[in-house]
Design a protein. Structure first.
Length: 641
C-alpha cells in the first residue's frame, strides 16, 4: 500500500516508506515520530532507540568534525548472535549431529578495533577467524584465546606462513591450512615433518556450481583458486603415501561474495557435500565442511535475487544449508561434519554508517515562468523559435517540444562558438530552454503515458547536494562497481522532502557522486531531500558500510580516513562513546605519499622569512602565518566549519 504524499498530510510513516528503511534496516534503523532516524541496536520494533542527530550533537560537543564513521557495537554483537542462533535452531530442529562453527574473514574489515570486538562478542560461540595472508595471520594470532575456535588459513602460503601456523597448532589451537594450489601440499608436509607437528589440512575445492554477481568469480571451474576433483584425489594419494591421511580434516569452497540467490547456495552445498562424502569413503579423517562466505546483505530491501539484495532470510539460509548437507551425507552413510561458514559481509555490514553534513547545494535557478526574459524582435532566429515552441506546448506534444528545446539550444551554442550570438543572447536562450524543461517535467506527471525519453529530465533538473565526504575514501564499492548503499537524511523526516538531488562528494571529480538510490519499487537516480535551512546543518547517512569499505578506500585528492566513533547502547537507551579514532590529518596523508611534513613546514618558514626580509610582512605577522600553517598540517583533511 502506498500512501498519498501531500504536503499537509506528510508524516514520519511516509518518510519510513519513501526511504524503505524498514526493508533494508533489518530492524536496526527506523524513523521516530520526532523526525529523527533512530538506531535500535537490539533489533526489534519496541526496543529502545537512539536518535542519530543526538549522537551527532554529542560528537560535536566533543569536537569531532564530520564526516564520521559511526560504529554501533551492539549491532555487531547482535549479528554474531543471530548467525549462531539461527544455525543452532536449524541444527536442533533437523536433528543434525554436527555443530556450527563461524569464522570471520579478516579481509572484510581488518581494523584492529573491529577484529577485537568480534573476538570479544564471538567468544561465547567459539567464533573464529579466517586469514588470507601473513599479515592477517598476525592480526588473528593477537586474538587467539579459544582452543575450540577455528583459525582458517586460506591464500597462497609460503614457508614462513606455514611455520607460523604450525607453531600455533603446536600450542594447541585449531589452525587449518587450506590448500589452494597443488604445490602447497608438499611444502606443508615437508614443514610439518620437520617440526614434528600433525597439521590440520583442508582442501579448497573448485566446484562446478557457480553464482551470479559482482564478486562471484571465486566459484566455478574457472576460479583462480582451489583444486579440481582430480587434484583433490591426487592429494589424497599423496597424503596416504606419507601416512598423513588422518591430517586431512576439512573441505572448503567459496562461491564468491553477496550470493543473492538461495538456489545457487543450495546447489553448491550439495556438490560440496557429495565431494565430502567421497573423501570420507577414501579414508580421510575429515570432520569439517567449510562453506566459505557468500551470505548476502539485502542492501536495497527488496528481498529479491537482485544483485544488491537476497531472496532468502538468515533462517532459510541456515536450514537450507544444514538440510542439504544432512540429506547428502545420510544417503552415503557418512557422519555429519561440523559446518563452518566464513560470513564477513553479513556479519559487519550493518554495524557502521557514514555520517556527513551537506556543504552546499547547486540548483538550476532559472526556468521560472515569471522570469522569462524579453525576446527582442531582432533576437537570433533559434531563440525566437524556441519561445514559439514554449508557447505552443501542450500535454500532447511533450516529446516534440523536448526535441525542439534541445535542437534550438544546440543551435544557439553552435552560433555562440562561431561568434554569431553574444554572451547575453546565449543567456536569454538558456533561460527559455530551462523554462521549457521545467514545464515539460511538470506536465509529464499529468500525462497518462509520458514518453520514456523524458525520464532523463528529472535527473537534469535535480539539485546537486555537496556532501562533506569522499566516495573514493569511504564508499569505494559505490564508485568502482556501482554497489548500492541505502542513503537518507537522518533528521527533519517529519517534513516532506521537497527537493530531488544527486549527491556529490568534495573531490569535485565527476566520479565522486552517488546517483543510484533506493526507491519504494526499485531504484531511482535522485534522492528525496529537504531544502537547506539558513544557519542549520543538514545531515545525511550512508548505511550498511561496515563490510569491505574501510580498507579498499583510497586517498583520491588526499582526503584521508574519517573520524571513527564507536558507541555502545545500554538496555535503558543511554549510550557511551566507547572509542574514538581521529581521522587522518593533512600531515598524515602527505606522509603517505612520501612527503616529509616537517620539511614542508621548514620550506614555508623560509618563504615567510624571505617575505619579512623583503618587507611584505612583519615578524609578528610571520609568527601568525606559521601558526596557521602548522595548525593546517595538524587539521582534518575534510571541510572544517
Ligand atoms: C572474501 C571471502 C570471504 C567473505 O565473504 P562474504 O561474502 O563477505 O561473507 C570468505 N571466504 C573467503 C575465502 C573469501 O575470499
Amino acid at each position: 500500500m502506498t500512501r498519498k504524499r501531500t504536503l499537509q498530510r506528510w508524516n514520519t510513516e511516509d518518510a519510513a516508506e519513501l526511504y524503505g528503511i524498514r526493508n533494508w534496516g533489518a530492524g536496526y534503523f527506523d524513523v521516530a515520530e520526532t523526525g529523527d532516524v533512530v538506531i535500535r541496536p537490539f533489533g526489534n520494533k519496541n526496543s529502545v532507540g537512539v536518535s542519530i542527530p543526538q549522537v551527532i550533537e554529542g560528537m560535536r560537543q566533543r569536537g569531532l568534525d564530520m564526516p564520521v564513521l559511526l560504529r554501533v557495537e551492539n549491532i555487531l554483537d547482535s549479528q554474531i548472535s543471530l548467525l549462531h542462533k539461527s544455525f543452532r535452531k536449524a541444527i536442533t530442529s533437523l536433528g543434525y549431529n554436527g555443530e556450527y562453527r563461524g569464522v570471520f574473514p579478516i579481509k572484510v574489515n581488518q581494523q584492529q578495533q573491529v577484529i577485537e570486538t568480534i573476538a570479544k562478542f564471538g567468544s561465547r560461540y567459539h567464533h573464529g577467524l579466517e586469514v588470507g595472508s601473513k599479515a592477517e595471520l598476525f592480526a588473528a594470532m593477537s586474538q587467539l584465546r579459544d582452543k575450540e575456535a577455528c583459525l582458517i588459513c586460506n591464500g597462497y602460503k609460503d614457508e614462513e606462513f606455514i611455520d607460523l601456523g604450525l607453531f600455533i597448532t603446536r600450542m594447541g589451537y585449531k589452525c587449518f591450512f587450506v590448500v589452494e594450489m597443488p604445490r602447497e601440499l608438499d611444502l606443508i608436509i615437508q614443514r610439518a615433518k620437520h617440526m614434528g607437528v600433525r597439521p590440520y589440512i583442508g582442501m579448497r575445492a573448485k566446484l562446478a556450481s557457480k553464482a551470479n554477481g559482482h564478486w562471484t568469480d571465486s566459484g566455478g571451474d574457472r576460479s583462480t583458486f582451489g583444486l579440481t576433483a582430480t587434484q583433490i584425489v591426487d592429494a589424497v594419494d599423496t597424503l596416504r603415501e606419507k601416512d598423513m591421511l588422518d591430517c586431512f580434516r576439512l573441505l572448503h569452497y567459496h562461491l564468491g561474495s553477496q550470493v543473492s540467490n538461495i538456489r545457487d547456495i543450495r546447489k553448491a552445498v550439495m556438490e560440496a557435500s557429495r565431494m565430502y562424502a567421497g573423501l570420507v569413503k577414501e579414508g580421510a579423517t575429515m570432520g569439517y565442511l567449510d562453506l566459505g562466505g557468500g551470505l548476502a546483505v539485502d542492501y536495497d530491501g527488496s528481498r529479491t535475487n537482485y544483485i544488491s539484495s537476497r531472496n532468502y532470510s538468515l533462517d532459510e539460509y541456515c536450514s537450507d544449508v544444514v538440510e542439504a548437507v544432512m540429506a547428502t551425507l545420510d544417503e552415503s552413510g557418512a557422519p555429519h561434519p561440523h559446518i563452518i561458514t566464513e560470513s564477513g559481509r553479513a556479519t559487519v555490514a550493518y554495524y557502521s554508517l557514514l555520517l556527513f553534513n551537506v556543504l552546499d547545494v547547486s540548483r538550476i535557478e532559472s526556468g521560472d515562468e515569471k522570469d522569462l526574459p524579453e525576446v527582442a524582435e531582432d533576437a537570433p532566429e533559434a531563440t525566437r523559435n524556441m519561445l514559439q515552441a514554449l508557447q505552443g506546448m501542450t500535454l500532447r506534444n511533450l516529446q516534440e517540444s523536448y526535441n525542439d528545446a534541445i535542437y534550438y539550444r544546440d543551435e544557439i551554442r553552435q552560433q555562440f562558438l562561431h561568434g554569431k550570438v553574444s554572451l547575453r543572447e546565449r543567456t536569454v536562450a538558456d533561460r527559455i530552454f530551462w523554462t521549457m524543461i521545467k514545464r515539460i517535467a511538470q506536465e509529464k506527471t499529468r500525462a497518462p503515458h509520458p514518453p520514456k525519453d523524458l525520464a532523463e529530465i528529472d535527473l537534469a533538473l535535480a539539485d546537486i547536494y555537496y556532501g562533506n565526504f569522499s566516495v573514493f575514501q569511504s564508499l569505494p564499492d559505490s564508485w568502482a562497481i556501482g554497489q548500492m548503499f541505502p542513503v537518507m537524511p537522518v533528521h527533519r523526516l517529519d517534513e516532506c522532502p521537497t527537493r530531488q538531488a544527486i549527491l556529490s562528494d568534495i573531490t569535485c571529480d565527476s566520479d565522486g557522486r552517488i546517483q543510484t538510490f533506493i526507491a519504494p519499487h526499485g531504484v531511482k537516480n535522485t534522492l528525496d531531500v529537504h531544502p537547506l535551512k539558513e544557519g542549520e546543518e543538514y545531515y545525511l547517512a550512508v548505511f550498511l558500510v561496515g563490510a569491505y569499505q574501510e580498507t579498499l578506500g583510497d586517498l583520491h585528492n588526499l582526503l584521508g580516513d574519517t573520524n571513527v566513533v564507536s558507541i555502545r547502547v545500554n538496555e535503558d537507551g543511554t549510550y557511551e562513546f566507547v572509542r574514538e579514532i581521529p581521522g587522518d590529518s593533512v600531515a598524515d596523508v602527505l606522509s603517505y605519499v612520501e612527503y616529509d611534513p616537517r620539511r614542508i613546514v621548514e620550506d614555508l618558514r623560509k618563504l615567510a622569512e624571505n617575505a619579512v626580509q623583503e618587507g611584505h610582512i612583519t615578524p609578528t605577522e610571520r609568527f601568525a602565518l606559521m601558526q596557521a600553517f602548522e595548525d593546517g598540517m595538524r587539521g582534518y583533511t575534510y571541510y572544517e566549519r
